[in-house]
Write a protein of this length. Sequence first.
Lengths: 398, 467
Amino acid sequence: MPIDRKDFLRTGSLATASLMIPRFLKAFEGPGALPPGNRIVVVLQLSGGNDGLNTVIPIRNDIYYRERRQLAIRRTDALALTQEAGLHPALTAFRDLHDEGHLAVYNGVGYPNPDRSHFRSMDVWQSASDADTVLQSGWLGRYLDARCAGGQRPTRALEIDDTLSMALRGERIKGLAIADPRRLNASANDPWLRNRIAHTTADSDAPVDYLYQTLAQTLSCTEYIQRHSRQRPTNAPYPDTELARNLKTIASLIHSDIDTQVYYLSLGSFDTHANQDDRQRRLFEELNGAVKAFTDDLKANGRFQDLLLFTFSEFGRRVRQNGSNGTDHGKANNMFLVSGALRRQGLLNPMPDLTHLDDGDIPLALDFRQVYATVLERWLDTPADPILGRPFAPLDFI
Amino acid sequence: MPLPLQTRNRHLLWRAGFGPAAGMAQALADSPTHHTLKALEADSRRPFLPLTIPTGTAQPDDPSGTTSPQDRQRRNRERIRQLNIAWIDRMVSGEQMLREKMALFWHGHFAARHNNPDFVEGLLNAIREHALGDFGTLLRKVCQSPAMLAFLNNQQNRKQRPNENFARELMELFTLGRGHYTEADVRDAARAFTGWQFDAQGSFRFRAEAHDDGPKTVLGVTGRLTGDDVIGILLDRRETADAITRKIWRHFVDEQVDEAAVQRLSRRFFASRYDIAGLMHDIFASEAFHEPRHIGRQIKSPVELIVGIRRMLPMRIAQPEVQILLQRILGQVLFYPPNVAGWPGGRHWIDGASLMYRLQIPQMVAQRDWPAPRAKDDDDQDMGTSRRPGRGSRITLDTRIDWEPVYQSLTDVKRERLPEAVAALLWQTTTPPDVSGLDARPDTSSREALIRSALIRLMGSPEYQLC
């Protein structure tokens, strides 16, 4: 379709963008949106290795208090969940969720032969590989591959960020990274380039056509997301932090009828080698305020039972604190699962056994891929084995 | 009809180097391709010059010994960044371009991360020195570098307590490839490498007391094998030559492997006892390499993209570190490969966001400032100390571009044909580029302005991502 250049310049790029989208992508904007009631996963990555032992605190464990002379959180300060476990004092919203039956916690989650390198361990968590295997695709990317066999729908999985994590990179389909759907995407404003994009062909596998297809699809998806983020913008109050803004964006999208099922975002850095208290508290305050606003928003809009939010970190930290009031890289760690539809609540397995450490670290109690398998099979209705490479027994928290 | 010399020469320069410089246009139109290849090869045969981390900006240790571990880590990261920029500058310079291009390939093949800048520098120079030498020597140098020994945990590989990481990656990634060895081979090879360590000065040391000198069997060879013996056994296998040749084909010729061609090349590579320069000559001098189906089909890596832009547009950059931010956003930071398998390359470079940023780079270079995208935290690089710029902040890329070489290469071109001529400078296409509609812009006030505007737009296109 020929575009009048003056018209284009007058109305601005995005107003006319839909005219410029190649026909093969038009179909994508029609049916396929999710009706309300569909389930949503929010993956919240705590980057840098969050210290799980000061997150879910063994408030009656002498070993904990002995190994962390300066860093231990006092029993009286912790937010008690049970007789033996309390939450970090900044996590009041998680305590409330727990008391309502909307929080589940797994302890000692990790994988066999853990690696203490940030990037290798993050790779393992994002790709869901074994410790000694390198995969080039992520588990949620392979979920996209499995679910989007018919047409490419990268909006099914969104990362709220400038760059795309490996977790959302499939063999064929990649999720979409978008930092702020309301921000205009200035990259492809050139009418000449726009015109070339509009003439992209869908049926060629030539590299240049692949790039134009990716570009056309990205613009189309961006526009689709922008439209939905404005459809029913949330007016619930959120704190003025980056995580809260990102969750607010996600809430607005959830309230619309967008087809997104997976949202991915990260908070960090939790790499607290020195002066851990201050940094972890600040990050937890951001986490707590944002998650509280988000869950309140979804509850008020009747969508909380459709939400499953979970947290993970690439590893936990050592049981014994180091000499700089910090902790060094460790192994297994805990995970939070937040949902209005939990079948089991609270602490779902025992607190870590600090008398039987794995070389100074919390021993492995649960393979994280069992959690992934549960999310895939019981929440996203997708067979997990092909995505995870082999069977992992699903759990019963949902 | 044979392709124009220009196209063939540019193809060669992109694949065997980092693309043409603007000032080369005339030479590229006139020289036979085998002359261009000869010049590249002769240049890279000149004596090897190590790259060293520039001294000066990073503070040395406090002599009183009070430098904190955090300060030392910060300084180490700073020195690795300096090495990154020094290597990029070397690539841009065009000196020994074939050597640097091969070194970049080996940097991905022998992927290792380390936070000690001296180790990083040592491995880089081993790779650069032997990039075009014989693969056996290159492999031995890499296997004895502290960066690799540490990265693959060989310091922990001891008699009685073997650690198999090093032996496994040596077989799976560096030589044979999966399926050509057994777990028993890995186990015994790991025992052979016990005692391969390095000392506090970063020198390779064989520690006999940690070495297991019992009998072992690796790939059918039995004896009191040492690490050297195992490397010899691996080099004696044709599968090693096949795996390396296939990877080089994918990297330098086409993602689609022509298995018959690979077998022919591999046979000669193996017979030459792994002469890398010979293998590369066989590839670049072949007619198959210049077939249209291989031209403009490869997605440039982020480093190739950045270096290629700087070669076409000579520029001074006030804050060279911005190039590292670009590497992070586009997904390839030198010395920080994503994992032991290196960068997967090809279509893995591309997702919606990274493609958008690629298209923005030329505008950013020309306009000097741009909305700051934010790279993901990398705790190996940042140690939890990263400060990401806030939303809406802008990064200033203060560049001074020298446009003269571009203007000069286009002096004989009629004004109305300028967009096509600029496209021919930038795009690797086998048919004349169609750039109709490009000059319908208001800023055609001068010939120079038209050239600049066309060049920035044509660089910010999907076509320019390919070579």
